[in-house]
Design a protein around this ligand. Structure first.
Ligand code: SAM
Length: 327
């Protein structure tokens, strides 16, 4: 690799493949050949700071840094962290007005502590998990008697740091209604800071979703949101991750992916529920007797009211009109 005349970093096709495959093996993020320019641009400043002249040398630098500091820096560079509060309103309406009431009903029938566990996987700078916390507070009015846990994680330390601070301004707040802004934020500096009662519901931590061992630690989750994350992964990594999500969910639990994403060709383990506001994946409530391995499309034996309510919603709606899935 040579520097070009205009001072830009030059990267050979071999060097691109070297660093691309490394990023994929570790994080699941896959850059197709037409994204080589993007990788090169994102590495250029970091390599200049480190005074590393070739991508091959940078590859060895990051690969053999056992502290993982450089790997974490690389993840800050190559991840796309775009997000905003109340992103994709129809999905959030289905969560607030359709999924949550079913779950709450179900939990109220249980004896003992009522736990609701939600997972925002690939949470970026915190807007998604804080939105979910606000929706829960709006719905429950009081969290007394509830054990609410919103697990939020990301591979980029940089965005997690912003999430923990919880201070926002500009376009990320564009979908926040004024009464919600007044109730759950306070003015600070040039922006708005999330109130402690919202913040206390969310537990941020660093997690690489491409690490099945880490994933297997999370269990008994009622709802998973992994929106706009898997689009950056190869199919092979998506399949492994979706298996992990399946195992982490409670029977009858729900799984949201980005509204433009699909599990088609990735997993048949979930049913697709046609709610009024959005399509949501669901793990069956009870495994059919002949069903032990996720991957089969045969589903039966839903006995929980959450599950049967969802099935009712699906049946009713599918009778009204055919639903087309946006791709
Ligand atoms: C486009 S943002 C989506 C944020 C939010 N879910 C939303 O829909 O608004 C994708 C996030 O996934 C994170 N991510 C990418 N690969 C990851 C991995 N292997 N493990 C954990 N997080 C990852 C990125 O750092 C980024 O913050």
């Amino acid at each position: 690799m040579l520097a070009t005349g205009d001072g830009e970093l030059e990267m050979t096709p071999e060097e691109f493949v070297l660093i691309r495959d490394f990023i994929h093996d570790r994080s699941g993020i896959y850059f197709t050949d037409n994204k080589a320019y993007l990788v090169r641009n994102r590495l250029a400043n970091r390599m200049a700071d480190l005074q590393i002249k070739t991508v091959q040398d940078y590859f060895y630098h990051v690969k053999y840094d056992l502290t993982l500091n450089e790997f974490n820096r690389l993840m800050d560079l190559v991840t796309t962290n775009e997000t905003s509060f109340f992103r994709n309103e129809p999905q959030l309406l289905s969560f607030s007005d359709e999924v949550l009431p079913l779950l709450i009903d179900e939990k109220l029938k249980q004896v003992g502590p009522r736990t609701l566990r939600i997972w925002s996987a690939g949470c970026s700078s915190g807007e998604e998990p804080y939105t979910l916390a606000i929706i829960l507070l709006e719905k429950l009015r009081t969290v007394a008697g509830w054990n609410i846990e919103i697990i939020a994680n990301d591979i980029s330390e940089q965005v997690l740091q912003q999430a923990r601070v919880g201070e926002y301004s500009g376009s990320t707040l564009r979908n926040v209604k004024p009464e919600i802004l007044a109730r759950y934020f306070f003015k600070e500096n040039e922006g708005y800071r999330i109130r402690p009662e919202v913040q206390s519901l969310v537990k941020f931590s660093h997690m690489n979703l491409n690490d099945p061992r880490k994933l297997s630690v999370v269990s008994n989750v009622d709802v998973i949101f992994c929106r706009n994350v898997m689009i950056y992964f190869s199919d092979e990594v998506k399949k492994q991750l979706v298996r992990g999500f399946y195992n982490a969910l409670h029977p009858g639990g729900y799984f949201y992916i980005g509204h433009a994403e699909t599990l088609h060709g990735i997993s048949k383990a979930f049913r697709l529920v046609y709610f009024k506001n959005a399509l949501v994946y669901q793990k069956e409530a009870v495994l059919a007797p002949n069903r032990t391995v996720p991957g089969s499309s045969h589903i039966s034996g839903n006995t929980s009211s959450a599950a049967s309510g969802a099935v009712r919603a699906m049946d009713l709606l599918s009778k009204i009109k055919p639903i087309s899935v946006k791709k």
